[in-house]
Design a protein around this ligand. Sequence first.
Ligand code: ARG
Length: 589
Amino acid sequence: MKEIINLITEKLEDVFKQCGYEERFAKVTVSNRPDLCEYQCNGAMAAAKQYKKAPIMIATDIVEKIKDDEMFESVSAVNPGFINIILSGDFVSSYVNDMSKDDDFGYEKKHNKTIVIDYGGPNVAKPLHVGHLRSAVIGESLKRILRYAGNNVTGDVHLGDWGLQMGLIITELKERNPKLCYFDDSYTGEYPEEAPFTISELEEIYPCASGRSKEDPEYKNRAHEATLKLQQGYKPYIALWKHIMNVSVDDLKRNYDRLDVSFDLWKGESDADAYVPELIDMLKSKNLLHESQGAMVVDVAQDTDTKEIPPCIVQKSDGAALYATSDLATLIQRRRDFDPDAVIYIADKRQEMHFTQVFRVAKKAEVVPDKTELVFCGFGTMNGKDGKPFKTRDGGVMRLEHLISDIDNAVYDKMMENRSMEEEEAKSIAKIVGLSALKYGDLSNQASKDYVFDLDRFVSFEGNTGPYILYTIVRIKSIISKYLGDSSEKDALMSDILPAGSDSEKELMLKLAGYQTVINVAVDELAPHKICAYIYEVSNVFNKFYHDTRILSETDESKKKSYIALINLTMKILEKCIGLLGFGAPERM
Ligand code: ARG
């Protein structure tokens, strides 16, 4: 279906043309004065300059020609030259009715790009903390949105699995257990299948090693050497690395499962390693590489830069690869595996310089062809109520799983405040609602902005929160199940939607009619927060309608059926939208 706003615009374009004005002036927007009208066109003001006519005269010309069209209940010209539009009840209900008969509510999937989306980005062996939460939550939602739009999307977790943290762990292990076969140069047998540590030990080893390396330069040196040895393929360390990987990846998967976040690919920086020599050859053959203070760098500054963009370092003096090297090599791999039209990176916005440098090198060296869009979607920090990056009560880094259980517990307490429910059921509902609180609390903010993690607000059943949206869905479900009773006549849910009989009913229809426009904006701008804002409005308008309308006690059967079809559509749209955000609704709460 065409977007409703485009249908109105086309109608106005025709009339602008008929009256001798350019059709580009016919742009229609949702009214910013809903008390006066539903849609508006401000084009007469702009056209006035070109045609040297008073705007109100142009607006009046247009209105005269269009006001009797059946699309409108009224169209009026208002000083200084606004065209105010109120749609006819028939037009709106028939549009919404058509939406209700389509699985995608009339949304046209016009996209078919091949896209790789790089999100999550956890560092192996370091516990998953809230810093990685945003990347996972935003990335998962964007993956779903872009897929829904028709694209062919591959999500890659891009593990940080090749850096110094590996050398640190190996060094610390050796300190604690020098007798392990991995540290015995003369050992020639097979390496054990079982890892010499558990995930909890690993999580204690890493911070300990990291702390020691900061205080002891000699220890740090050893960690660097171990890292280099690993990267050069030293067998015993590769065997240890595999253990670290297995143990951590299992743990990561468990955590991502709880967040309902998943990946098509579990590749990481280590997989890029094989492509580094090819990358260096490419850079050399294009004469892009030069030495600077012992390191090999590529210049990426451009004349048009307004701030300094330093050269991108691709090889340190000891030959070690860097973060940029690994991202560039990964692009070679992604090109080979997917030949993507776009690669989208979801990472902390403080990494912007890194990505600017990487993208410029990639284009200069033709690591990816011109057609491949490289997009950095940088997100802000999740702060505590004190405005500083979120910490635990004792000032440590909050582990993601603790954060999740805090939320689930808060929701559980809230649910149990004024009712009794079987504990088991309540716990499982609290998990669903808790996830909505966490994800909606994050996604409802524009990704690039910092936001304050406010547990009490996020779990509230009122206001702009995930639980409020779920509450609205559950409310509709309960009306529908009361309506259906024992009958399985689901057909009634698909009855025709009749013209609205009240202001709030029409308002609800108009909101639903905007679905396609909102999805298009969310897709084009990579902006899940637009979907959050939309479902918050839909929920508010629905709740107003619910307040004003006796749905189940309506005596006019066809009117009642129309109400049911309308709220069923409302529910399905809300459910589709929360699915795109990455969470679901319970049956009751
Ligand atoms: N592991 C990185 C970090 O925690 C994030 C990775 C982002 N993705 C990328 N391709 N660089 O900082």
